[in-house]
Design a protein around this ligand. Structure first.
Ligand code: ZN
Ligand code: ZN
Length: 331
């Protein structure tokens, strides 16, 4: 099969590699679409410590079942259309046994620590596959993974009904979080992003205000703030926008050695809460359901999928802030 192979940080090529064979309890999925994500950029740059090289990246994907290993208990005949939760949890460490598999001490993920879906085929644990309804195409299905991260984030933030919320960052994650916040009854929701085109999408999706700089929010104070950038300055700004009793969700991925300045007096005196959200936790099925019901509409985020050879172009588009979500269609 053809696949995108990262031989080492900074070096990728489309290559012919052996087709994957399903091990016990695995299925093989013929990949329809796989999203390009910030994590892929970190893996490409050699900035994602769990990743071994060479690797076939790609963890946001959907496709069709084409083979089963022994011991697959689910009813997944050939042709079943599925989205796949890339999470690989050990199941026996302290965190897994406490129900926090996303914090697993032996955490792994398809496309991050083992071969992923920038390839014609990928072998995955059958239990990670979620059936897609007929009206959800492969590109929509590939949005289940980022949406499942957003669902986990909103659960971490807690109830938001009638809360004024500011979302910093209107990329894929910011715009999915915006939709989930509105669906959960938050409002008004303001969005901050430097890219004006993204603010237009945010307005179309229901943002009450969409501005290029937080200073344009006229000193408004918010009950909750969500950072979907990972930029330390943006997180400091977002905390500064919180009113008393405010809650901050740190969703974006900062550099591991970054720090922010927070006033401990404000945390004490204003009873601020700062929570983090890491990847997917029992939220993948909810994401598939919300795509299926139309509660979340990924369409404004999507462009035309590119072939495997378009990976470099997709990376360039992401770096240049062009478009929102880029997908690769391997065959
Ligand atoms: Zn991702
Ligand atoms: Zn574990």
């Amino acid at each position: 099969m053809r696949a995108l192979v990262l031989d080492r940080p900074g070096s990728f090529r489309v290559a012919d590699v052996p087709d994957p064979a399903p091990r016990p309890a695995e299925i093989v999925v013929k990949v329809d679409c796989c999203g390009v994500c910030g994590t892929d950029m970190h893996i490409l740059a050699g900035e994602f410590p769990p990743t071994p090289y060479p690797i076939i990246p790609g963890h946001e994907f959907a496709g069709q079942v084409v083979a089963r290993g022994t011991g697959v208990a689910q009813d997944l005949p050939d042709g079943t259309r599925v989205a796949v939760d890339p999470s690989l949890y050990c199941g026996w460490c302290r965190q897994c046994r406490a129900g926090r598999g996303n914090l697993c001490e032996h955490w792994g993920a398809i496309g991050d620590t083992v071969s992923g879906a920038f390839a014609e085929y990928v072998a995955v644990p059958a239990v990670n596959a979620y059936r897609l309804p007929d009206h959800i195409g492969g590109q929509y299905g590939a949005m289940a993974e980022p949406l499942s991260c957003a669902v986990h984030g909103i659960r971490r933030l807690g109830p938001v009904a009638s809360d004024a919320v500011v979302v910093v960052g209107a990329g894929t994650m910011g715009l999915l979080l915006l939709q989930l916040l509105l669906h959960a009854g938050a409002g008004p929701v303001a969005v901050v992003d430097r890219v004006p085109g993204r603010l237009d999408v945010a307005r179309r999706l229901g943002a009450a205000q969409a501005v290029t700089d937080a200073s344009a929010l006229d000193g408004a104070r918010f009950d909750a703030a969500v950072d979907a950038t990972g930029a330390p300055e943006a997180i400091e700004t977002a905390i500064g926008l919180l009113g008393r009793g405010g809650r901050m969700l740190v969703f974006g991925v900062s550099p591991a050695d970054a720090t922010i300045r927070v006033s401990p007096f404000r945390v004490y005196n204003d009873e601020l809460t700062i929570v983090g959200s890491m990847a997917v936790l029992r939220s993948f099925g909810a994401a598939v359901d919300m795509l299926a019901s139309g509660a979340v509409d990924p369409r404004p985020l999507l462009g035309e999928p590119l072939p495997l050879e378009g990976f470099g172009a997709a990376i360039d588009h992401v770096r240049a802030g062009e478009g929102i979500k880029w997908h690769i269609r391997p065959s």
